[in-house]
Ligand binder design. Structure first.
Ligand code: SF4
Length: 574
């Protein structure tokens, strides 16, 4: 090991191993594709602002016991050696060349054991870590950040989505780094995450994660794997005749990776089965173990066999077991993977039902609606009415209910009341005229969660549960479910993906829910011209989202009939 050996950052253990190889490869340098993504920039800026705000609060709250190391290594080491400090904000740890680590947490918290002091790493993240649940977690406020003062917060669970898993791997990295400096102490390895709400959650890194290994054991295994690959890459850099270590495989991380163009082209050249979205590492191993390494091979698998495999999941498979049955027994959601492979190979969306069974759930009067939120608070409900049979008093077109002032739980609920009153009156008028009515949204869980939030707010004017059910009970139709139960897509069926595939286009050049948050900030800004333009942009975007769900019904009623059926897209094995 030399001083020039590369070291790995705190995120390395969570990232793709092959990315690490490409990052350090000097023999066949691969061009990176870096696009300016407004949503990513916005997230990065918001996270930086949150980190700075937490650091500032800690320094103000603990003026005597905290120091700002300002990412200076000498100041950090001096502070670590001090007995007078509880907090080291913005530390910088010296590169650990032997352990091949670099990086530093957001801050360090002192833990005292008799006369000795050790340091616990804490990272600040702009996401929440826990939800309401049935578990209990240790937590602190910024005013009392020592682990010894932490208290149990009951009625919580870790949030779905797993951002905390990556957070814990980063903290394990910092813990091992502190260990290399002799600053981690011998007590249980605790580390903390300050969440978006500035609560400091404490985790024992040797606790089991998902009933499997601990964060620390997981980190150690993953980090060792990456260090070995790094060493092999450096060996090849010195001796270019050696083969490049590792290989690409397509997974979720690839979609935003700077090497995605290179890896996709490499995998497409061999029709690699990982291009069927999305499998994880163990699924890839299982697929290959049953002899499936290309998309075409997966597309050729019998869905009947897969169904039989799922039904006999507890039975063992051996070399004689047909691939489809083995797949159904071992691979999660194998039938969907096979169907997605058929979409990939045929180059077309596929029908899951007979053409004559396609149902667009049309109604005499159709109301497509959508909401926009900022920081989890809804500020806009929009709806587009389409009368397929005329009803007196019902006017076709877009209506919006917006709050451009301060967003609070109460203002959000009042906005819902205004929207609901209009919706209820419209539905009543249609039904009174003897016509049918449909309310359409995409992914109803989001809308219904906001409705539940409003209903629990206690503001004046809320409907009763019976009134609510009468309006958005039976008439509510989830267009996401409508599409995904009848049409097979190649991957996750988001509105932008499926409506675009069905021929709809948004007026905005870069429409996305995340981008709309930046527009919302502009809409509230002091620049009147910018604010007017941003408001118009949000309303047009919301109206287009409503029109997009309508376009999906038009498509289901028309062009979708011509799509191949998923069974007809089964290929002969190749
Ligand atoms: S594109 Fe995917 S496989 Fe390739 S380096 Fe990036 S994450 Fe890894």
């Amino acid at each position: 090991m030399t001083e020039s050996s590369s070291t790995l950052d705190a995120g390395a253990a969570a990232r793709c191993t092959f990315r690490l190889v490409l990052e350090h490869d000097t023999v066949e340098a691969v061009q990176r594709t870096v696009e300016r993504d407004e949503a990513v920039l916005r997230r990065t800026e918001a996270a930086g602002a949150h980190r700075r705000s937490v650091a500032q609060s800690l320094l103000e709250l603990h003026a005597e016991r905290a120091t700002d190391a300002a990412r200076d290594t000498a100041r950090t080491l001096e502070a670590i050696a001090s007995d007078d400090l509880d907090l080291i904000v913005s530390p910088s740890l010296p590169r650990d060349v032997v352990g091949r680590r670099h990086g530093a947490p957001s801050f360090l918290v002192a833990r005292r054991d008799g006369a000795s002091t050790s340091w616990l790493p804490v990272d600040v993240h702009n996401h929440f870590v826990t939800n309401e649940g049935t578990g209990s977690f240790l937590a602190s406020e910024l005013a009392t950040p020592l682990l010894a003062e932490a208290t149990a917060r009951t009625g919580r669970r870790l949030r779905k989505g797993g951002a905390w898993r990556v957070d814990l791997l980063r903290l394990a990295h910092h813990h091992r780094h502190l260990e290399s400096l002799g600053a981690a102490g011998a007590a249980r390895p605790f580390a903390g995450i300050v969440d978006r709400g500035s609560t400091l959650w404490w985790f024992a890194l040797d606790d089991a994660v998902d009933e499997a290994s601990s964060a620390l054991a997981l980190y150690d295994a993953r980090f060792a794997e990456r260090v070995a690959l790094l060493a092999a890459t450096e060996a090849r850099n010195a001796e270019p005749d050696l083969p490049r270590p590792g290989a690409s495989w397509w997974h979720r991380e690839c979609e935003s990776c700077p090497y995605r163009v290179f890896c996709h082209a490499t995998l497409a050249a061999t029709d690699d089965v990982s291009l069927v979205r999305f499998t994880d590492g163990p699924d890839q191993t299982l697929l290959r173990a049953v002899g499936i390494s290309t998309r075409r091979q997966l597309a050729a698998i019998s869905l009947e066999e897969v169904a039989h495999g799922v039904a006999t999941r507890d039975e063992p498979s051996n070399a004689q077991t047909p691939s489809g049955i083995a797949l159904g027994r071992q691979v999660h959601d194998a039938a969907r993977l096979v169907r997605r492979a058929r979409v990939e190979v045929s180059g077309s969306l596929l029908r899951l039902v007979d053409a004559e069974s396609l149902d667009a759930r049309r109604r005499d009067v159709e109301i497509d609606f959508d909401m926009e939120s900022y920081n989890n608070v809804t500020y806009l409900w929009g709806a587009f009415i389409t009368s397929r049979r005329e009803v007196a008093g019902i006017e076709d077109g877009y209506r919006s209910f917006a709050e451009w002032g301060r967003l609070t739980t109460a203002s959000e609920a009042e906005l819902f009341v205004a929207f609901f009153d209009w919706l209820a009156a419209t539905v009543d008028a249609v039904l009174a005229a003897g016509r049918t009515v449909g309310l359409y949204c995409f992914w109803e869980h989001a809308e219904l969660a906001q409705v539940r939030r409003a209903m629990s707010s206690g503001v004046l004017g809320l409907p009763t549960t019976a009134e609510l059910d009468a309006v958005i009970g039976a008439p509510l139709i989830d267009v996401h479910e409508l599409v995904t139960t009848q049409i097979q897509t190649a991957g996750p069926a988001g509105l932008k993906v499926v409506a675009s595939a069905a021929g709809f286009s948004w007026r905005d050049e870069a429409p996305s829910g995340e981008a709309s948050m930046a527009w919302y900030e502009d809409a509230l800004g002091d620049d009147e011209v910018l604010a007017r333009a941003a408001t118009a942009r949000i309303l047009a975007y919301n109206e287009d989202d409503c029109l997009a769900t309508r376009s999906l019904r038009d498509w289901l009623e028309g062009p979708a009939h011509d799509l191949p059926h998923v069974e007809d897209a089964r290929l002969a094995d190749s």
